[in-house]
Design a protein around this ligand. Sequence first.
Ligand code: GRG
Length: 336
Amino acid sequence: MSHVADRSGTQNPLLQLTAMTADLARVDDELLKAVETDDDLLTEIAGHLIKAGGKRLRPGFAIAAAATGTGDAGPAAHEVVLGGVSVELVHLGSLYHDDVMDEAKTRRTVDSVNARWGNLKAILGGDFLLAKASEIAAGLGTEVAGLLAATIAKLCEGQVRELRNIYNTARTEESYLDAITGKTAALFAAATRIGGLVAGLPRVDIDRLTTFGTEYGMAFQIVDDILDVVSSEEELGKPSGNDLMQGVYTLPVIRTLSGPDRDRLLPLLGRPLDKTQVEGPRRLIIDNGSIAGSVVTAHGYIDRALEALAPLPETPGTAALRGAAHHLLASLPATA
Ligand code: GRG
């Protein structure tokens, strides 16, 4: 029995796979086990966001990817669960560090680690999670360990590409896509690839699953960025327009800046904004069609994700991945 926040209210679209609820409970148990140390404070810090919940999308993708190769939708093999755990630990480590960079106050509806324990302990907690991820991946073989290490590097590269463009109103679409390939898509790709590798699937299918993860991950970040502009504070659990306030100019912003409303938006950006100042730019972006255009781009990535899945055997795992891809687009509000 794990002491992790109930996730029944949050949407993990992979829960349609019969054994997924039980498999994700095993993931939770292994996550908590992975962060147990002799130092009570470090154990508490490293377990903080595990206990807070989260959707566990990435372990879910690893488990579903492994299941694409079998008609039997029974419990995942232990190594598959550990593959998912290693990816979630990297995700957690990146969230600890991201929250330090953003000075975020909350995460997964609880205090961020930096807000509760300060930046120094949050950085070390994040480092510890990455180390534990590497240790678990090493137990799954050289290829998985190498892939996870390379993925951590890609996350850092993606984040640096984003940081180099903070408050840059001349940011290009190419620069945006490059950044999200690293900071988000790389980890989804690692999740599905590790699932396929650990399950011993044919190479050609492992590559298809990796493409699925990459394309889904791109769409996931674009949807996240659209929601940051169009959703209310209540829906997001954080101030809407957060990216705009902090100078992260995402696809809808870049599209608006290259369209007819450029001259109205440009003077409002290029510097930090507070909650009241962000409302004007938000309205301009929502009203000018750039959201609809960004939704079309997200659909394109999902189409390519589904194409990658098409040649895989028709199993419950394949159906679950396909369902998750459709579900992502369905999460966009009608206004978008
Ligand atoms: C040290 C690995 C490492 C990386 C350093 C900070 C950093 C570089 C990268 C951050 C990348 C980042 C925060 C990308 C955003 C990813 C994202 C969309 C997070 C939200 O994912 P969800 O919705 O969250 O799956 P839950 O909480 O449900 O797991």
